[in-house]
Design a binder for this molecule. Structure first.
Ligand code: MN3
Length: 225
């Protein structure tokens, strides 16, 4: 029989208590803060990930505590935001959107969509450049803070949309619903230190750091659902 000291018991109890509180976690950033400097400067990445991103996750854990959504997946919370508080809507969106955003960026240069995604993009938009134009327009036309999205709808079709604040296409209140596979954060905190008011310049540079293999992986997962 194993024996635990009082101290071990106390530490274990504390850790278990913390695990119960921290239902959602921020994944480690998969590259260094300065790895995307050709498009996003290191200071912006550091503040964005360690302050903004971290705050959404921490506030989601607070907002979900004691509600009917406690212990539910973030996907389920997003699908039911209309029935819940603004704090849950903003922070579940903020957590999900940023966790997606870090993964669809990469220091690797000149990545390409998979054959299946390239075919779907050509079929729906004409070309990859045409898709970029549509997404840049969605990001530029978004008044104030929000996101531009490339998503897959329930028929497996690609579409471009934009949402305000931290909303996204997985929410039941979204105008166009689907599974986002690429998101562009157009909040000023995502670009202002380097680009100031020139959101279009940020949108142009954004394409040099897109992680197309990850976007393709998300596409293939969404269409096989
Ligand atoms: Mn952001």
């Amino acid at each position: 029989m194993m024996k635990f000291s009082k101290a071990t018991f106390l530490v274990t109890a504390l850790l278990m208590g913390q695990a119960a509180i921290a239902q959602f976690k921020q994944a480690p950033l998969p590259y260094a803060y300065d790895a995307l400097e050709r498009a996003v400067d290191a200071q912006t990445m550091e503040i964005h990930y360690s302050k903004h991103g971290a705050a959404y996750t921490a506030n989601l854990n607070k907002a979900v505590a004691g509600t009917a959504m406690e212990n539910e997946s973030v996907e389920k919370i997003l699908a039911n935001v209309s029935a819940n508080s603004d704090a849950l809507r903003n922070n579940a969106g903020g957590h999900y959107n940023h966790e997606l955003f870090w993964t669809i960026l990469t220091p690797n240069k000149d990545t390409k969509p998979s054959a299946a995604l390239a075919k779907a993009i050509d079929g729906e938009f004409g070309s990859l450049d045409k898709l970029k134009e549509q997404l840049n327009k969605a990001g530029a036309d978004r008044f104030g803070s929000g996101w531009a999205w490339l998503s897959v709808d329930s028929n497996g079709k690609l579409f471009v949309s934009s949402t305000a604040n931290q909303d996204n296409p997985m929410m039941d209140i979204a105008e166009k619903k689907g599974t986002p596979i690429l998101g562009i954060d157009v909040w000023e905190h995502a670009y202002y230190l380097k680009y100031q008011n020139k959101r279009a310049d940020y949108l142009g540079a954004f394409w040099t750091v897109v992680n197309w293999p990850e976007v393709s992986r998300r596409y293939e997962a969404a269409v096989s659902k």
